[in-house]
Every structure is written in structure tokens, then in C-alpha cells.
Design a protein around this ligand. Structure first.
Ligand code: NAD
Length: 360
């Protein structure tokens, strides 16, 4: 049994506690530390030991795993403190706010026998895994443009997410997830990053972001995080040479439309008089030249039907095996480093108004 302590018993800290209790029998969360007395009270009510300060947590010999779920600016010191105390570390995303800070942590991690991983958990989302399955199986031929969006309309960013000093803003929030998914989906280097970054309502941080990533093969992805979008676009729109995929939402409503066969690429497209006037290229295609399919019915990475705690089950099952030396952790510092590099390039692109060439 692995005893864990949670630092930051807020929204995500409690999520880790509940998910571990529900789905991960090999770990027991025994304690917590939070700056807020109300959060400590809640932890105590949930049968956790609480500490007077973070040093007491790090010095507790009963704790072998520290789960960090505090605002983004405080991750670095907690990671380094925990690794130096010989504790395994799971840190929430974004691991830190700069490449420089992550490289510093990686140096400390090299000197430690403890395991260090990052909770970049949206790679186990069902919508993402469906897209990955479709691309891996070649269902729509060569993909050339993939759009991945989360379109919310909260307008205001909540709490610390609205402040630069805390590492707020949407690039460090959902941006991390969408970039991590993109890098998992396309096993190629990124050769350019172009970002349009907006502060529609926030005074200090980005609240709406659009990023174009170009990969070595020429395939491109458009990533969008919006908090000011009242008519959401689909969660995924994937263009392949032989078909298109749409996934509307996290419930995974959507479909695949493929060319019926190679012959169907060409059809008798006479000029059609549409409401917008005559067109040949954009004329609606006869339905018998395409096939509509359901999205694949997939199971989660542990072979189960997707359930509320799938991602925690998958993530922590791997963590336990990695700590025993049986496998590598799913999320490595090197992978997180690529994500943070792309975020830095996106900020640079947003500020300069230029696309930035790179090899990440
Ligand atoms: P939150 O505000 O709900 O909780 C943060 C908690 O940390 C609060 O209880 C606060 O009192 C406490 N805290 C603040 N500074 C502290 C410090 N220096 N030491 C100890 N406690 C401190 O925020 P949240 O939504 O739970 O986000 C926490 C982290 O989780 C962030 O890094 C965020 O990006 C990440 N997150 C990840 C996901 C995911 O899906 N992986 C989802 C949401 C949040």
C-alpha cells in the first residue's frame, strides 16, 4: 500500500482523493495540507491527518507519495521539496510555468530515486481516444488538418486563474491538455507555432486562445480554448484525404463520413445552382458516393467501459507499476517539457504577431 498526502485540498485535490478512494486500491490518501483553514477542516472531516505547515508533510515518514494540486505558481517549490525528501511526486498540470523551471526540477529529479510524473490526464478522455483510434486505423486516409476545441462561455476566469502571478490564463489551463493531446496524437516534431491570444475580459491573462501547430509531415492542428463562445463548434473536426470525422462534445456524439470507394473520388459534378449562386466545386456531393459510419465503440486503456474514474484508474495503476520498477510512467518530465516549450512559443507568437519556427 502506498500512502499519499495531498498538497492543495481544493477542487482538484479533492478530485484526486475521491478518485483514488473509488478506483485505486493500491493507494491510500492519509493526509493533506492547504493554506486555507476551511480546506484543512474539510480534509479533517474526510478523515485525513492535517499538518501545521508543508514542512511537516514533507517530514512525515508515513507519506511516500505527494500529490500537488495547488495553483500553478506554487508547483515548483513543492516538487523540489518533495523529491529532496525522497517522496514520489504527482504534480498537477501545468507542471511549472517555464522551460527553465522544469529543467531545474529535472536536474533534482535525476539525483532522486523517487518517481516524478505529471497529471496530464486528458490523454485518456474518450473523445480523444476515439480520434486516436480512427487515425491509428487509417479510417479516413491521410489526415492533414485536425481541429480540437474546447468552447466554453463562462466569460470570467475563476479565482487564481484570472491572475498572472498564479500562472493563470487558458494556455496554462486547457491549453496544456490540448497541446499534450496533439503531441500524443501526432508522433512527429512540431515545426511551427502560431498563436492568437486574446484577453476579452481578463485584465491580466489570456482568456481565449487559438493555436496552429504545424508538424514535420505538413499535417497541421488548430487548437482553440474559448471562454467567450456562445455557439460552440464541435470538440473535434478531423480532415483526412478519404473522409471527415466530427465529434460534437464530451458525450462523443458524432460521425465519420468516408468516400464510398476510390472511384467515388470523381463524380459527375455539373454546375449546381445553389442559394448562393452557381458552383461546381462546392456543389453538394451525391449521397451514394459517401458512407456514413458511427464512431468506433472503444473501451478505456484498462479494457473497461469508460466510467467516471477511468482516467484515475489508468493513471494511478500505471504509477503503482512504475514505482515498483515494472514499467515507465505514462507521463514523463520530457513529455511535459515539450508542452511547456510550445506554450512559451505560443506566448512569443501571440506577442510578436508572427508564426515561430521550431523543432520541438
Ligand atoms: P482550487 O483553487 O480549487 O484549489 C487549490 C487549492 O490550493 C486551494 O484549496 C488553495 O487554498 C490551496 N493553495 C493555494 N496556494 C497554496 C499553497 N501555496 N500551498 C498549499 N495550498 C495552497 O484550484 P484547482 O482547480 O484545484 O487547481 C489546482 C491545480 O490543479 C492547478 O494546477 C490546476 O491547473 C490543476 N487542475 C487540473 C485539472 C486536470 O484535469 N488535470 C483540472 C483542474 C485543475
Amino acid at each position: 500500500m502506498l500512502n499519499a498526502a495531498i498538497v492543495g485540498y481544493g477542487g482538484m485535490g479533492k478530485w484526486h482523493h475521491n478518485a483514488i478512494r473509488a478506483a485505486v486500491p493500491g493507494i491510500e490518501v492519509i493526509s493533506a495540507y492547504d493554506l486555507r483553514p476551511e480546506a484543512m477542516e474539510e480534509a479533517r472531516n474526510n478523515d485525513l491527518t492535517v499538518y501545521g505547515n508543508a514542512q511537516e508533510l514533507l517530514a512525515d515518514p508515513n507519506v511516500s507519495l505527494v500529490i500537488i494540486a495547488t495553483p500553478n505558481d506554487s508547483h515548483k517549490d513543492y516538487i523540489i521539496g518533495a523529491l529532496k525528501a525522497g517522496k514520489h511526486v504527482v504534480c498537477e498540470k501545468p507542471v511549472v510555468l517555464s522551460v527553465r523551471d522544469l529543467l531545474e526540477i529535472m536536474e533534482v529529479s535525476k539525483e532522486s530515486d523517487a518517481l516524478f510524473t505529471i497529471h496530464q490526464n486528458r490523454r485518456w478522455d474518450k473523445d480523444f481516444q476515439i480520434v486516436k483510434t480512427i487515425l491509428d486505423e487509417g479510417t479516413i486516409g491521410n489526415p492533414y488538418f485536425i481541429e480540437s476545441r474546447v468552447n466554453g462561455s463562462s466569460v470570467f476566469l475563476h479565482g487564481w486563474r484570472d491572475y498572472q502571478v498564479n500562472g493563470g490564463g487558458m494556455l496554462y489551463d486547457w491549453g496544456v491538455h490540448l497541446i499534450d493531446q496533439a503531441l500524443q496524437l501526432i508522433p512527429e516534431k512540431v515545426t511551427s507555432v502560431t498563436a492568437h491570444i486574446f484577453n476579452v475580459y481578463s485584465k491580466e491573462v489570456d482568456d481565449n486562445v487559438k493555436i496552429l501547430l504545424r508538424f514535420e509531415s505538413g499535417l497541421s492542428m488548430m487548437l482553440e480554448v474559448a471562454t467567450n463562445c456562445f455557439i460552440p463548434a464541435p470538440r473535434w473536426h478531423v480532415s483526412g484525404a478519404d473522409g471527415t470525422v466530427v465529434i460534437q462534445n464530451w458525450n462523443c456524439d458524432g460521425k465519420i463520413v468516408q468516400l464510398a470507394d476510390r472511384e467515388a473520388r470523381k463524380w459527375d459534378n455539373d454546375i449546381v445552382y445553389t442559394a448562393a449562386g452557381p458552383t461546381r466545386t462546392m456543389a453538394p456531393r451525391p449521397v451514394n458516393t459517401t458512407v456514413e459510419k458511427e464512431l468506433p465503440n472503444i473501451r478505456d486503456a484498462r479494457g473497461n467501459e469508460y466510467h467516471r474514474h477511468s482516467s484515475a484508474d489508468i493513471f494511478y495503476h500505471n504509477l503503482i507499476a512504475a514505482i515498483k520498477g515494472q514499467t515507465e510512467p505514462y507521463v514523463t518530465a520530457e513529455q511535459a517539457l515539450r508542452v511547456i516549450k510550445i506554450i512559451e512559443l505560443a506566448f512569443e507568437s501571440g506577442e510578436t504577431g508572427r508564426g515561430i519556427s521550431c523543432l520541438v
